[in-house]
Every structure is written in C-alpha cells, then in structure tokens.
Ligand binder design. Structure first.
Ligand code: ADQ
Length: 514
C-alpha cells in the first residue's frame, strides 16, 4: 500500500530549501535552518498555517533521486533531487550563465546551450510534480525566481485547481534583451501559467507586459495580459496580472539585533582593530559582476591617487561572499577583484594600515550587523540589481542615525531610498564626488537622511511584502480591495449611524417596556 504524502494549503517553491545539512563531530547529520532572507520573509505567513516548502536540499546525488521529506521548525520540506549533471546544466548553466546575464543588462555575454535548456525544462517539470504532490485541493502555491519560470504552467497542467503565484527576485529585462533568448516564447508561456506575477519594480512588470505584447502579440491592459493558453480552444482565455511588490528586510528583527550590547561592542571592536579610522567605508556583496565592485574599487583607487583621501584616516573594508565559483565569469571576476585589491594595497598601504581590507567569507547575522554599525559610509554600487537587501539592512542597523548610504540608481532599492547619496556606477568621476559628499556632508543633514531612510524601511518591511503578495495573489487578476480614505470614512460614518440607530431602538424598547 502506498501512503500518500500530506498536503498543505500554502506551498512555497524555490530553487533551494531553507536548510543546510550540518554534521557534528560524531558524524551525526542534522538539518539547520539557513539564515537566508527568504525564510525570514516567509516565516510569518507560514506560521500557523499548513505550509510546505519544495526545493533542492543543496547536495547532489548520482541519479538525482529525491530525499525523503522532513520537517524543520514546523515547516514540511519536500526535497527535489538533482544529479551533478543537472546542477551543472539547470542551475550553473541555464539559470546562471544564460538567464542571469540576460536579466542583468548583459554585463557579461550570455551562453546559449540547447542541452542546458532541456535540463532546465526537465528540472522545472520535476519541481511542478513535487509541488502538485504536496499542494492541498484549492491551495496556494508561491513559486520563486528565475530558476523556476516554466513551473507555473507545468503545475497548472497537473493541478488546475490551485492558485499559482511567481515572484522574480531579479530584474526583468527590456524586450530587446529578452528577445535574444531562443526559448523566449516557452519562458513567457511558462510564467503565464501563474495567476499573479510579482516583480521588484514597476519597470520590471512593464518589461514583462511589453514582452507579452510586442514579442508574442498578446493583449495587455493596465497591469494585466489576456491570452489563450497554447493547445486550448480560443474560448479558454486567461488573464494574468503582473505588478511590482518590492521585497524588503525584517526591520524589527534586524533593528533589535543591532541594538544588543554584544553587537554594539563588536562594532566598536571592529573599528578599534582597524586603527579607529576617521572614515570607514564598507562594501558587502556576493562576488558577482552585477554588484559593481570593480567600479567601486576604481573610484576608490582614483581618490587615493588624487590624494583626496588616504589611509589610515580613511579606509575601505570590502566583504565578498563566495558565489557560483564553478561558473567561468565568476572565477574571472574573483581573479580580477583580488588582483585590483593587491595592486591598490601595494601602492597605497603603509605598514599596519592597509588601504583595502578584503574579506572573502560568509558571516553570521550579528557580525554583519556589527560591520554595518561600524561603517561610516556604505557603498552599494551595482550595475543592475533586482533590489539589493544590503542597502536596506544597513539603514535598518543605523538606529544611531550614523552613517551614510551611497547607492546606485541601478539597484531596485533606489526606487524607495531616495534620501541616499545616489550615484551612477558607470560614471567613475561621479562616484568619486558622491563618496566625498557622503563623507563631508554635515552630521545633521546625514542624520536627517538616515531618519527618512529608516522610516521607509520600517513601514515597508518584509512581513508587509509577504502579506501584500499573498493578498495580490488571492484577488488576481483583480487588484486587492483596500479601503481608500474615502471608503474608510464612509464605513465609519455608516457604523456611527448604525450605532445611533441601535441606541434609538434600544431606548424605544426600554420606553415601551413590558
Ligand atoms: P542577491 O543578489 O544575493 O539577491 P542581496 O539583495 O544584496 O543580493 O542579498 C544578499 C544577502 O546576503 C543580504 O541579506 C546580505 O546581508 C547577505 N550577505 C552578503 N554578503 C554576506 C556575507 N559575506 N556573509 C553573510 N551574509 C552576506 C537576489 C537579487 C537581489 C534581491 C534579493 C532578494 O539579486 O537584487 O534584493 O535576491 O530579492
């Protein structure tokens, strides 16, 4: 007898499960929740609901067979297995060497391989089947990111009863770039299996709708697209809504962490160990060519060259998180960055005061918070970035209203964080001037800016993002009904009238008495 898997009202699907395997000294292995932002975002909406998460567990197996489902911190986890070849072709290949460059302005050339595409399709199908297995009848499924763009339509084919949402964490490219993809139609049709498509910026949703209209000849109206799914008769038209719901950070959690005595002490310790510089600048990025690390280093090097700044009074700490080390472009980038850091240090460091402190590591959350608190100027200079959570985390940690954020206008975060010191990372002269401005702006003006930035993130945190997304998904293709100020006043007026009526009729019955 086969035991059918349990099913859940809410299913989240992402390339990775939110856990890592840890093996202790005795060789016993357990699963530990990974510290990623998506888990934090999902936690409040998953708690108190029957919820499951479908994703890859982070280790390959020879034939790509699935591990048995397991539960961590109350979330049912349904692993999807990948073989080494599948990981190489679906994840490193098609996701990160084809889609990633196309979706980030082709900063490096994209690679097209038909084999990669076939594996991408196969793996998406496997995800769709795993989701179908654990989704309750009429349940809600929230699929994440560019690795799973075919999944919505594949899932709908198996389970037309469920409500399907997809959220893109990275930008969606302009039609001219998307058009390069030999599999462009299949990708769009894959996405259109969803009821609601969420994007970081209105411009990304607009790009998607333009692709539907211009490239595929579909009808779009406001933020919706109406089309006939392939293979269906022409009467089976569907309307899908595509709109921006920008992601954020756990403001309350990070703010509380950054106020703890341990983090405050550690921030002071970091500064002291760097020789208490007058100005500590900080960069924190995954080592990715989209993050503009080279441009930032170039601007910094020129400022040193021009003698506008000098260590030890001004210094830069660059934290780079290891990333996609098996993809060529990432290996090359690492060599280039480390070469540049070596050159700058050779030229401008003195004994005991390096010009750049370069750290190629991952750090726990409290250490990150301490670094943010220690930094006088935070440099966030991507050439293209869906959102950039580092920018939001930095302002969240600055409850002291200290620090200054230098932010690229090509980060999604720029659309919300207008009080940052804005720069165009391609304009090296402009970046240099912006850095100097961030250093030299009077304290009260910097505090005013930081206060405004914090207010924005505090009122638009990740919990709000998740609940807004689910509301939009529930009411798609229509916008969720939110009481407007006028309708709210009308409702309150009606409630007052009702209460008055009630009182009158209560009094009346008292008067009549019996
Ligand atoms: P990423 O490209 O990974 O995310 P980002 O938004 O900056 O970029 O998130 C990085 C996360 O990793 C942050 O939470 C940061 O604190 C953390 N991190 C960075 N370096 C670290 C280190 N050395 N040690 C520990 N933690 C580190 C993608 C998109 C973004 C989008 C997010 C979320 O590319 O544009 O903002 O998804 O949607």
């Amino acid at each position: 007898m086969t035991v059918s898997a349990p099913t859940f009202d809410l299913v989240v699907a992402a390339n990775r499960l939110p856990v890592d395997r840890v093996v202790d000294d005795e060789g016993t292995s357990t699963w530990r929740r990974s510290p990623g932002g998506l888990v934090t975002a999902m936690e409040p909406v998953m708690q108190g609901r029957e919820a499951a998460w479908v994703g890859w567990a982070g280790e390959t197996s020879e034939n790509g067979q699935d591990l048995e489902p397991f539960t961590v911190d109350g979330i049912f986890l349904r692993p999807v297995g990948l073989s080494p070849k599948e990981l190489e072709e679906y994840y490193e290949g098609f996701s990160n060497d084809t889609l990633w460059p196309i979706y980030h302005d082709v900063i490096v050339q994209a690679t097209f391989h038909r084999d990669w595409w076939n594996t991408y399709r196969m793996v998406n199908q496997r995800f769709a089947e795993a989701i179908a297995e654990v989704a309750a009848p009429g349940g809600t499924v929230w699929i994440h990111d560019y690795q799973l763009q075919l999944c919505p339509a594949m899932l709908r084919a198996i389970r037309p009863d469920v409500r399907i949402g997809w959220f893109n964490h990275i930008p969606f490219p302009p039609v001219e770039l998307f058009a390069q993809l030999p599999w462009r139609r299949a990708l769009v049709e894959g996405l259109l299996g969803a009821d609601f498509l969420g994007f970081q910026r209105t411009a990304d949703a607009g790009n998607f709708l333009r692709v539907c209209r211009r490239l595929l000849g579909m009808a779009t109206k406001a933020d919706t697209v109406t089309f006939t799914p392939p293979g269906d008769d022409t009467t089976a038209r569907r309307t899908v809504r595509a709109s921006a719901i920008p992601i954020s950070v756990d403001f309350r959690g990070i703010d509380a962490l950054s106020r703890t005595p341990e983090v405050l002490a550690r921030a002071a310790e970091i500064r002291a160990s760097l020789g208490d510089p007058k100005v500590l600048m900080l960069g924190v990025d995954r080592l990715d060519y989209t993050k503009g690390i080279r441009h930032r280093l170039k601007a910094y090097e020129e400022l040193l060259q021009d003698k506008m700044i000098a260590p030890p009074e001004v210094t830069l700490m660059q934290v780079a998180t290891p990333s996609r080390e098996r993809v060529d472009a990432y290996r090359q980038l690492r060599e280039e960055i480390e070469g540049t850091v070596g050159r700058i240090n050779g030229e401008y460091s003195a004994i005991g005061s390096p010009a750049v402190y370069y750290l190629y590591h991952s750090y726990p959350r409290n250490e990150m918070a301490a670094m943010f608190l220690a930094a006088d100027v935070m440099l966030v200079t991507p050439l293209r970035d869906g959102m950039n959570l580092v920018a939001k985390e930095y302002v969240t940690c600055r409850h002291d209203l200290g620090g200054a954020l230098v932010l690229s206008e090509f980060a999604g975060a720029w659309h919300e964080l207008h009080q940052a010191f804005i720069c165009n990372p391609h304009d090296i002269e402009g970046v240099k001037q912006t850095i100097l401005r961030a250093i030299n702006t009077p304290v009260d003006e910097r505090q005013r800016r930081m206060k405004a930035l914090r207010k924005r993130v505090a009122t638009h945190d990740v919990q709000r993002w998740a609940s807004r997304y689910l509301e939009a998904l529930a009411s798609a293709p229509f916008r969720p009904h939110r009481p407007t100020r006028a309708s709210d006043m009308e409702r309150r007026g009606a409630e007052r009238a009702n209460r008055a009526n009630q009182r009158r009729s209560d009094n009346a019955s008292e008067e009549v008495g019996d």
